[in-house]
Every structure is written in structure tokens, then in C-alpha cells.
Ligand binder design. Structure first.
Ligand code: NAP
Length: 238
């Protein structure tokens, strides 16, 4: 199965790093020359081609484009029946992708994250697709039961950068109060990752609620400062 990528930007590049070691032939479009050339140099099974060349050769096409680029570019390309298209374009409904790539089939809207380049990183996919599971074997594919569920998790995942900023703020605070800066970051990253891996959220929170303890006092402070209400309002506003 030959895989083709239209757009070789941030997310497409990360996904190629995840998939190329599995050995399938992969074509990447010649845009983002720095990314595409590096991928072709790094992996013997990755080749750079024009958009038309990628489209002609691939059995499965991934769309790593911005929505307006896709609207302009895809109608110019010659897709064929039997080709399957997996779109990473979060803000382009799958029905619109289908209208742009017929007679190929819009298989699934998939949201990977940049960490997939280095590690197993969860993906969300709508609709459920055996092809997506086959391609992303070894990764956690969360199948969404509706486009609404996809959109809800698309918004909810945006909590990632506020969480990272919280950790950076805490490690900077620790560094300003006597800790080694990189030790503080390493410790906090491992602490948070290991606790999240070990337990579902509600029991974890309950286990961190010792009355008068550091965790309980900081959470109560942030709650009374409106932090969690601000988070909910921010999600509503996305
Ligand atoms: N970044 C993420 O974490 C992430 C996660 C999941 C989904 N997504 C989705 O993935 C899509 C791309 O996001 P991104 O962050 O990867 O953006 P990006 O880094 O800006 O990548 C966009 C790519 O499209 C290419 N492009 C522009 N015009 C083109 C054309 N006419 N023909 C072929 N390629 C063209 C760009 O090439 P040039 O550099 O040469 O212009 C670049 O390689 C978005 O729709 C986004 O919603 C992103």
C-alpha cells in the first residue's frame, strides 16, 4: 500500500516520522522543502513528488493542508475511484472533503498530534475506520461515534497547552525559589505523566485531596481565583 501526503507541514511530517519506520512506500509533496527533503534523506522508503505525482501514485492519501489550501488545490488534482483519503484538516467537515476529492473516498477525519513523531500518541478518528487502525497500528486510535463527539474532543484537547503553561509556570516558580530549573521541569513532567498514566481522573483527584495538603490548598486557591470557570468558558468560546 503506497501512502501519499499532500502538504508536508508540521502534522504531516510528524505522521511520516511515525509511519516511515514501518517500511511502506511513502510519497510526500514537494512543498515545505525543508521538511520533505529531510524526510526523503532520513527514510529510504520516502520519496518527494509533485502534488499530481503524489495523487497519481498513492493508494491512500493524507491531507495535511490548511482548509482554504485544500479548497483551492484538491479540485485541480485527479483522484480516482478506489483511492482512500484520510484528512487531518480539523476545520473541514468530511462531507466537504468528499465533495473535493470524488471519485476517491473520504475515509476518515483523523486528528494526530505532533508527539506521534516520537512516541505512541492518541489519535481521534471519525468515522471509525479499519484502514486507520491498520495504518496507525500500535497507536491509540479513539474512534468517535459522531462528528459532534469529534468536535467536542477537538476543543477539549486544547487543554494541552494551558496544562503545559501551568507546568512551566510551576517549574519557573521552583527555579526562582531555589530549585535547579531543568531538574524542576524533568521532575514535574515525569510526576504528571506517571500519575495520569496510572489512574483515571476522578480517583486521581480524590487521592490528591488530603485536607490541608499542598495539592488541596493550591486547587482551592485556583478554584476561588476562577481558573476552572475560565477554562470552561474558554472551551465554550472555541
Ligand atoms: N499542527 C497540529 O498539531 C495539527 C494536528 C492535527 C491536525 N492538524 C491539521 O493539519 C492541517 C495542517 O496543519 P499544520 O500544522 O501541519 O500546518 P502547516 O505546517 O502550515 O502545513 C501546511 C502544509 O500545506 C502545504 N501547502 C500549502 N499550499 C500547498 C499547495 N498548494 N500544495 C501542497 N501543499 C501546500 C504547506 O507547504 P509550504 O510550507 O511550502 O507552504 C505545508 O506543508 C490543518 O488543517 C490542521 O487543522 C494540525
Amino acid at each position: 500500500m503506497t501512502l501519499g501526503f499532500l502538504g508536508t507541514g508540521t502534522i504531516a511530517t510528524a505522521v511520516v516520522h511515525a509511519l516511515a519506520p514501518l517500511g511502506q512506500p511513502i510519497l510526500v509533496s514537494e512543498r515545505s522543502a525543508r521538511h520533505s527533503a529531510t524526510l526523503a534523506t532520513t527514510y529510504p522508503n520516502v520519496t518527494v513528488a509533485s502534488n499530481a505525482g503524489v495523487t497519481a501514485a498513492a493508494d491512500v492519501l493524507f491531507l495535511g493542508l490548511m482548509p482554504d489550501t485544500a479548497r483551492g488545490l484538491l479540485p485541480e488534482l485527479s483522484f480516482r475511484a478506489g483511492q482512500r483519503v484520510i484528512s487531518f484538516i480539523a476545520d473541514l467537515p468530511l462531507a466537504e472533503v468528499q465533495a473535493l476529492i470524488g471519485p476517491a473516498t473520504a475515509e476518515s477525519l483523523v486528528l494526530p498530534f505532533p508527539a506521534i513523531a516520537q512516541t505512541r500518541s492518541p489519535l481521534i478518528a471519525f468515522p471509525e475506520s479499519g484502514l486507520v487502525r491498520e495504518i496507525f497500528v500500535g497507536h491509540d486510535v479513539f474512534a468517535m461515534s459522531s462528528e459532534a463527539e469529534f468536535r467536542a474532543l477537538l476543543s477539549a484537547q486544547a487543554v494541552l497547552s494551558p496544562v503545559v503553561e501551568l507546568l512551566l509556570t510551576a517549574s519557573d516558580w521552583a527555579a526562582a525559589n531555589g530549585a535547579d530549573a531543568s531538574k524542576a521541569q524533568d521532575f514535574l513532567r515525569r510526576l504528571i505523566a506517571s500519575n495520569l498514566e496510572a489512574s483515571p481522573l476522578a480517583p486521581l483527584l480524590a487521592s490528591l485531596a488530603t485536607e490541608g495538603g499542598y495539592n488541596a490548598r493550591l486547587r482551592a486557591h485556583m478554584d476561588s481565583a476562577g481558573s476552572f470557570t475560565a477554562l470552561k468558558n474558554g472551551l465554550d468560546a472555541l
